[in-house]
Design a protein around this ligand. Structure first.
Ligand code: NAD
Length: 502
């Protein structure tokens, strides 16, 4: 098919071709050049802070402080990359082995090429730039498709990127599912996706067509387990903050609480008190709080309200809140008790400011409730009893876990890669992890100082070679790494001397 016809069949193809053509030049860039780009990008982001705050206010009625926290995440990520990039790009020597004596083995990270990111709306700036900066660091060309559910942020993202990059290096393509569908037909080398499960499957299928690698950051039902030994007041405060931040529209937010039955009522009291103290200290109602965001749109509002209505119809009891206001896209901070697993609210991710509290009598029963659901992105346990913490860690799985807190694992420590497991995601983001997702970890062996007879292993096989393989198969090879390093050193030295002689 000629280039003109190709351009007509997919409106995004010309952009893709520009990026693919430039990929080789980007591959050749130095750490210094990439760092300079990331610094320019960070300056551009911080330079439009008022526009970012305004977009977040319009979309979610987010407080400037919440948005500044998101900017801080981006800034920390940029600074971390700038500090470490030269070391990540350098060859990473690995330990030699008996079978690679005399050889130099190392990993060289090289850019995968052209990367697409289909992003979401709940923290659009950080969600765009954490993958974006990792791709620049790795020397890739990058296309960002922001969520149409955060259109003001999408425009700000497009303006920032256009002020720093030409669109053969980093481009923002705005639009909805139709635009994403066109982009997904193109042979990108790597896909990032942040969003829900249904589209996650679409991304995986598209990646299969191109044998592209994929980083999926999805959500799910994150459990928080509260053992009777926990400090209930502290747990209540921390979980109130974790559940209500961004009005519950946070992928790592605790989705439901499993509380040891003997302390369930006391925990609900502490949680309700903490929610009021944070968002209704004056007693004028949660809706008046300047810090409580709104639901992103009517579709999500209706979705959350339907979960609440279904739970109430099936017997759930409101311990706090329960009111909604469609005009204002407002859902009151809500605690539900008497929740059962047949309720939709226990089957779907809530992604809103409602916490279900379910008492448990045995640890086994609590774990069984978690295991009946897909593996969560995050899980939390509150306990003072070390045995309870260890038991929980040993019997559950999740992308991340925090003990005696929540949310603090995300975007806070670039040494701690972030991601999910199975239905909650694959791959990792943050710091070196994002760089790795955008890189091919190329294994290189250099036959620098050949040891022994280089023809030994070639056919026709000698008896010596057959015996050697036979011995190695028969016995456990106990040569310590230090011995291998010593032998390699001797081979190298001998080789250097003999070369010098000739
Ligand atoms: P969304 O509706 O914005 O969709 C995400 C992206 O998918 C958008 O860019 C959208 O245009 C695109 N899209 C929609 N339909 C598509 C289609 N048919 N084909 C191709 N692309 C399509 O986001 P959402 O799904 O409402 O996001 C919320 C979910 O994201 C929650 O489950 C949350 O837990 C999860 N999330 C996860 C993380 C994480 O880091 N793990 C972070 C934030 C949100």
């Amino acid at each position: 098919m000629n280039a003109v016809l190709q351009a007509e069949d997919n409106p995004q193809r010309p952009l893709f071709e520009r990026l693919a053509t430039n990929a080789d030049a980007l591959r050749a860039t130095t750490a210094e050049q990439r760092v300079a780009k990331i610094r320019r990008l960070l300056a551009a982001i911080l330079g439009v802070r008022p526009a970012i705050l305004e977009a977040g206010r319009k979309e979610l009625r987010l407080s400037p402080t919440d948005l500044d926290a998101q900017l801080l995440m981006v800034k920390a990520e940029a600074e971390f990359i700038c500090k470490h990039l030269a070391a990540w790009m350098a060859p990473q020597p690995v330990q030699g082995s008996l079978m690679t004596l005399g050889k130099r083995s190392y990993i060289q990270y090289e850019p995968k090429g052209v990367v697409l990111h289909v992003s979401t709306w709940n923290a659009p700036i950080a969600e765009a730039f954490v993958p974006g900066m990792g791709a620049i660091a790795a020397g890739c060309a990058f296309v960002l498709k922001p969520s149409e559910l955060a259109p003001h942020s999408a425009q700000v993202l497009a303006d920032i990127v256009a002020s720093v990059f030409k669109d053969d290096e980093f481009a923002v393509v705005q639009g909805g599912a139709d635009v994403a569908t066109d982009l997904l037909k193109l042979p990108f080398n790597h896909f990032f996706y942040i969003g829900g499960h249904a589209v996650g499957r679409i991304i995986l299928r598209a990646a299969a067509e191109h044998f592209a690698t994929v980083t999926l950051e999805m959500g799910g039902k994150n459990p928080v387990v509260i053992d009777a030994s926990a400090d209930l007041a502290e747990a209540g405060r921390k979980i109130a903050w974790g559940r209500l931040a961004n009005a519950g529209q946070v992928c790592v937010a605790p989705d439901y609480a499993l509380v040891q039955a003997s302390v369930a009522d006391a925990f609900v009291t502490e949680l309700a008190q903490a929610m009021r103290a944070m968002y209704d200290a004056a007693g004028t109602g949660f809706q008046e709080s300047a810090d409580l965001p709104r639901i992103v749109n009517r579709r999500h509002f209706d979705r959350i309200k339907a979960l609440l209505d279904d739970a109430l119809a099936k017997g759930a009891r409101v311990e706090l809140g329960g009111h909604t206001d469609a005009e204002d896209l407002y859902i009151e901070p809500t605690i539900l008790s008497h929740v059962t697993e047949d309720m939709r609210i226990m089957q779907e991710e809530v992604f809103g400011p409602i916490l279900c509290v379910l008492p448990y009598t045995t640890r086994e029963a609590a774990i069984a409730t978690i295991r009946r659901r897909p593996k969560p992105l995050s899980s939390y346990v509150f306990a003072k009893d070390r045995d309870a913490i260890d038991w929980f860690l040993a019997h559950t799985t999740s992308g991340s876990t925090v003990v005696n807190h929540n949310l603090i694992q995300s975007g806070t420590n670039p040494y701690l890669p972030f991601g999910g497991v199975n239905a909650s995601g694959r791959g990792r983001l943050g710091g070196f992890a994002t760089f790795q997702e955008c890189s091919n970890a190329r294994s290189v062996v250099e036959d620098e100082y050949p040891a022994g007879d280089p023809n030994l292993m070639f056919p026709p096989y000698s008896d010596k070679y057959k015996q050697m393989i036979g011995k190695m198969l028969a016995k456990e090879i106990k040569l310590p790494d230090a011995a291998i390093n010593l032998i390699n050193g001797i081979i190298k030295t001998t080789s250097v001397f003999s070369r010098a002689k000739h």
